[in-house]
Design a protein around this ligand. Structure first.
Ligand SMILES: Cc1ncc(COP(=O)(O)O)c(C=O)c1O
Length: 404
């Protein structure tokens, strides 16, 4: 006899104590995820791509890309696909072919750690500057590296305050600087201006490294030519996420480092691989999924996906504003920022919230029907107009309701 668990947290221990009806457990998880999907508009994961072929063909075997993506041999691996992914992302970022290196990571956090580790090894005395709107993985990385850091103010719309950066760099001009710019902050999807950051460093004669944490916006901005790692831009490294815009159904990402900014790794005798990556064993399935997402859509397909998602975000701003709920977005963004809705609406729609500000993210796969249902829920929450909060954040870049 098998028992059918109800899957509350209290039952977690029961779930691994046989006999367990595994099918019931898996069905339950899938049902819960399916039920949440219709109102899941707060997390930046695309839901429009079908990866079932890769999962069916490769999902039942260990694919271990241990070592450097350039290594050959060893256990079953997908390093050839990983190299294809790295080359594609480097190409859309206009990285020079002879000055690039990268690998498929477990996500944005590992990408940031890998890039900042390389930068810190080259500039051990550097101060690491990042804005108050940077992702929480940045202060965590600073702590892991044992580095000294400086938090730079962020403007109300989420972008770095360059005057404050300049003031902080001026005080510490005798040390090199590692500056982390964000391309797509977590709350407003703001993009820090790497040209202005470079100008601050140049103006103060400070050497160092510019890293871009582009977990969300890296791929879509690169496809539009708005983010480049060529010689002119002065960006030394970038981390992008694979489970956000590219919709890969397992957490992953890509880190890219201008090769001359990287310190090479040691050869490991027993695996016969080069130790250049943060983790040893690495997920070859993730590399295959990323490759599949890229190979089946190509540059133009992904540009179209980004453009459709931005059109939907503009529609959401329009509908929310028309319903009396003041929303806005940066022109490039999938993210729509709005005053935090009443609790039941916020919970039902799984909104990301920071105090009086929330956002929805119109990732590829989110539909007009979902936006209409969300706006309808806000309206029927029947908040008297005088109680509707005013937006805390006022973008300097795009006050319009339409965007593009
Ligand atoms: C700007 C930014 N950086 C880093 C990360 C971390 O990515 P991960 O959760 O894949 O480690 C995120 C994830 O939301 C992010 O938005």
């Amino acid at each position: 006899m098998t028992h059918t668990p109800t899957l509350s947290l209290a039952d977690a221990a029961d779930l691994s104590r046989p006999p367990v009806d595994v099918t019931v457990v898996l069905d339950h998880l899938v049902r819960e995820a399916d039920a949440a999907a219709a109102t899941s508009v707060g997390f930046p994961g695309a839901v429009d791509l079908d990866q079932s072929e890769v999962m069916a063909r490769l999902g039942n075997r260990l694919w271990n890309n241990i070592g450097d993506p350039g290594d050959e041999g060893g256990l079953a691996h997908t390093r050839v696909l990983e190299r294809a992914v790295v080359a594609w992302v480097a190409d859309i970022l206009a990285m020079p072919a002879d000055d690039r290196w990268g690998y498929v990571t477990t996500g944005g956090t590992e990408g940031n750690l890998s890039a900042l580790h390389a930068a810190h090894r080259r500039h051990p005395a550097a101060r690491i500057y990042y804005s108050a709107a940077a992702h929480y993985s940045i202060p965590k990385t600073v702590e892991i590296l044992g580095a000294r850091s400086v938090v730079v103010d962020a403007r109300p719309d989420g972008e770095m305050d360059y005057a404050h950066l300049a003031a902080q760099v001026r005080k510490r001009r005798r040390w090199p600087a590692i500056v982390v710019a964000t391309a797509g902050t977590t709350l407003t999807e703001a993009v820090d201006d790497s040209t202005r950051i470079r100008a601050v460093l140049d103006e103060h004669g400070v050497a160092g490294h510019l890293h871009v944490d582009a977990a969300l916006s890296g791929i879509p901005l690169a496809l539009d030519g708005q983010l480049r790692l060529d010689d002119a831009g002065g960006i030394g490294s970038i981390a992008v996420s694979g489970h956000k815009f590219l919709g890969v159904p397992t957490p992953c990402g890509v880190v890219l480092i201008r090769d001359r900014a990287r310190t090479s790794g040691n050869h490991v005798a027993y695996t016969d691989t080069l130790d250049t990556t943060i983790t040893g064993s690495r997920c070859g399935l993730a590399a295959a999924l990323l490759w599949h997402a890229i190979a089946t859509h190509g540059r133009e397909g992904h540009r179209w996906r980004a453009s459709e998602a931005r059109t939907l975000a503009a529609y959401a701003v329009y509908q929310l504003t028309a319903a009396g709920w003041p929303a806005w977005r940066h022109p490039h963004a999938f993210t729509v920022v709005l005053p935090t809705p009443p609790e039941p609406v916020r919970k039902k729609w799984l909104l990301a919230t920071d105090g009086d500000t929330s956002h929805i993210i119109c990732m590829p796969g989110i539909t007009r029907g979902q936006i209409d249902a969300f706006v309808a829920d806000l309206v029927t929450a029947a908040v008297p107009p005088e109680l509707i909060p005013r937006p805390r954040l006022s973008p300097e870049s795009d006050a319009s309701t339409a965007g593009h």
